[in-house]
Design a protein around this ligand. Structure first.
Ligand SMILES: [Zn+2]
Length: 193
């Protein structure tokens, strides 16, 4: 995020200062099983994100004496830069005419409930802000939840390592564990051209 002057350096220390949270987890959209497009369309990336969420204990029941309480699904945001996430569309007969975004399919197939918050859904935003909706992971555009925070934030990269504004917004929404989903270097060069 220091690239392009988005975030100015704030320390003269020769190495990064220690932080009080765990290191970001990284899912690389490359290799066997991954789709050819961007991470947002990749079921395998969604599956790997789901694995990390399970490792973090998201949605677990925990023990009655455990402290702190286990993470709920609603403690997680999946964020993108634009409104490239979409849900499944069906025709009148219930036949699916367009499947949901790959990353959503991957997370859901691992048994994790995800609600997609569409742009302009003011009631949905209110529910997300007040934690009123069902205990689901919320997937949405980063701009639609500015000002809200979650313990776990998954940033689905769309433009390579220079998608700094989006990553900055995602990082600023996270109080504990960040997960980066990053496009492969080849995609990055293609997109930057
Ligand atoms: Zn992938």
């Amino acid at each position: 995020m220091g690239q392009g002057g988005i975030v100015h350096s704030y320390t003269a220390a020769p190495c990064p200062l220690p932080c009080d949270g765990p290191a970001p987890r990284v899912v690389r959209h490359t290799g066997q099983g991954h789709g050819e497009g961007l991470p947002v369309d990749c079921e395998q990336c969604g599956f790997l994100v789901a694995q990390i969420l399970v490792e973090l204990g998201v949605g677990g029941t925990g023990s009655t004496t455990s402290s702190p309480q286990p993470l709920q699904y609603r403690d997680v945001f999946i964020l993108t830069w634009d409104d490239s996430l979409h849900d499944a569309k069906s025709d009148a007969s219930g036949q699916v005419t367009r499947p949901a975004s790959g990353v959503l399919r991957g997370v859901r197939e691992a048994g994790i409930p995800v609600t997609l918050l569409e742009s302009g859904d003011e009631d949905g935003v209110r529910d997300v802000a007040t934690m009123a909706g069902p205990d689901h992971v919320i997937a949405t555009r980063c701009f639609d939840v500015q000002g809200l925070e979650r313990k776990v934030v998954v940033w689905v990269g769309e433009k390579g390592p220079d998608d700094g504004w989006g990553r900055l917004l995602a990082a600023s929404r996270c109080t504990s564990q960040l997960v980066w989903v990053t496009p492969p270097p080849r995609e990055v060069r293609h997109i930057q051209r």
